[in-house]
Design a protein around this ligand. Structure first.
Ligand SMILES: [Zn+2]
Length: 365
C-alpha cells in the first residue's frame, strides 16, 4: 500500500540517522578497544559481555547498500507494527486505576503508601522477568536513596540488550505523589504520574510479550522523590556516574500524559543540546504515527533535570499537550481530583503509541 511504503521510507531515513547517532553516542568513551568490525550488532553475546567498553565504529564506515538497508527497514517496520498491535490499553489503564486508588494514600515519598506502590511495581517487574541493574551495583529492583531529609526507593528493572557495550536507554516515570490533604483526602495522582508508571510497565510488558530483545539495554525506572525536587532521579544520576556509565546512558522520562484531551506530545529537552537525538527520535515517532511532537524547552520540574543539569546525561521529559495552557488538559494538576476517571483513554493511547515507537527506534539497533 502506498501509505505504508511512504511510512517505511520515512522510517528508513530516520533509522539511518538514528543508527549514525547511536554509533556516535556509544563510541564517545576514551577507552575503546581496537575496532572489531562485525561484532557490534552481534545478537548472541553472553550477558556478561554487555557492559564491556564500546567498540568504535569502523573508520570511514560507508552507509549500508540500499538492498541491506531495505531488508533492515522491512524488519523494523514489522516490529513497529507488532509493537503497536500488542499495545494493551486495558492493562495500562488497569495499572493507573490501581496506583491512583486510595489504598496508596497519595504515594508520598517515604510513606507507607509509597512503599506499597513500590512493592506493586516491583512485583510487576518480577512477573515480567526484568533483571536487577547489577552493573550499577543493584542486586534487586530497589535502589534505596536518602537525601534532603528524604529516604525511599527507586524501582528499577532491566531488559538487557544484545549489543556489547551499547547504549543504555532509561524509560522512566515517577511513582511518588503528594500524599494526603488535611481533611484525609488522598492526592491520587493519576495524571501525575500513575499514567507514566503504567506506560513504562506497558512498554516492558509489550516487548516481553513479543519476545523482542533490543540491541541496546532498556532500563525501566520508577522514581520516588520527584515531588520533593527530583531527589530519586538525582540519586540515580549519581549512581550511574559513579559506575562510569554516564557516557552511555540516555533517558526518556514520562510525566503528565494522562490528559483529559489535547493534541500533541510535548518534549522538554531542558535546554540541553545533548538531548537533540532523543528529541529527533520522538519527532520521527510522531511523524510515523501522524501525531504532532513539539519541543517545549525547559519544564517546571521533572526527573530529566538532574540528569541533564547535574550529570550531563542526555534526558528528556515527555508529557501531553501541557506547555501552552496546562489548565486546558491537565485541570486537576496537584488537586485531590486527579483521578483515573478523569483521564481520556484515547488521548492516553495517542501519547503511549508515540512513546512505544520512540523507545524502540532508540533501542532496537
Ligand atoms: Zn507533580
Amino acid at each position: 500500500m502506498t501509505e505504508h511504503l511512504s511510512q517505511a521510507t520515512i522510517v528508513a531515513l530516520a533509522l539511518l540517522a538514528a543508527a549514525v547517532i547511536s554509533l556516535t553516542v556509544t563510541s564517545c568513551g576514551g577507552d575503546e578497544e581496537p575496532s572489531t568490525p562485525g561484532t557490534i550488532r552481534s545478537a548472541a553475546e553472553p550477558l556478561e559481555e554487555i557492559y564491556l567498553p564500546p567498540p568504535p565504529p569502523p573508520p570511514g564506515r560507508a552507509p549500508d547498500p540500499p538492498s541491506a538497508g531495505n531488508a533492515v527497514d522491512d524488519t523494523l517496520q514489522l516490529q513497529l507494527e507488532s509493537i503497536l498491535s500488542a499495545y494493551d490499553n486495558e492493562y495500562q489503564y488497569g495499572i493507573i486505576t490501581e496506583l491512583a486508588s486510595d489504598r496508596y494514600q497519595g504515594r508520598r515519598t517515604g510513606s507507607d503508601g509509597a512503599r506499597a506502590a513500590a512493592a506493586f511495581i516491583a512485583a510487576e517487574f518480577g512477573r515480567l522477568g526484568l533483571q536487577p541493574w547489577s552493573h550499577v551495583g543493584l542486586d534487586s529492583y530497589y535502589h534505596h536513596f536518602s537525601g534532603g531529609g528524604l529516604e525511599d526507593d527507586n524501582i528499577i528493572g532491566v531488559l538487557p540488550g544484545s549489543n556489547p557495550g551499547g547504549a543504555i536507554v532509561i524509560l522512566a516515570a515517577h511513582y511518588d505523589h503528594l500524599g494526603m490533604d488535611g481533611q484525609g483526602n488522598a492526592y491520587n495522582g493519576a495524571d501525575d504520574n500513575a499514567a507514566g508508571v503504567a506506560t513504562i510497565l506497558e512498554a516492558a510488558a509489550n516487548l516481553r510479550s513479543l519476545g523482542y530483545r533490543p540491541a541496546d539495554t532498556i532500563v525501566f525506572c520508577a522514581f520516588s522523590g520527584e515531588e520533593q525536587g527530583q531527589v530519586g532521579a538525582g540519586a540515580l544520576g549519581r549512581l550511574i556516574t559513579d559506575a562510569g556509565l554516564a557516557g552511555r546512558v540516555e533517558m526518556i522520562n514520562i510525566d503528565g500524559i494522562g490528559a483529559t484531551g489535547g493534541d500533541y506530545l510535548g518534549v522538554w529537552d531542558e535546554g540541553s543540546a545533548a538531548a537533540a537525538p532523543l528529541v529527533a527520535t520522538m519527532s520521527q515517532a510522531g511523524s510515523y504515527l501522524g501525531t504532532t511532537v513539539i519541543n517545549e524547552g525547559t519544564d517546571i520540574g521533572s526527573d530529566a533535570q538532574p540528569f541533564a543539569w547535574e550529570y550531563g546525561i542526555p534526558a528528556i521529559t515527555v508529557d501531553w499537550d501541557w506547555g501552552s495552557n496546562p489548565s486546558a488538559y491537565h485541570p486537576y494538576y496537584h488537586t485531590i481530583h486527579d483521578d483515573a476517571g478523569a483521564i481520556d483513554r484515547p488521548t492516553l493511547a495517542r501519547a503511549t503509541r508515540v512513546i512505544l515507537v520512540g523507545l524502540w527506534l532508540r533501542a532496537y539497533s
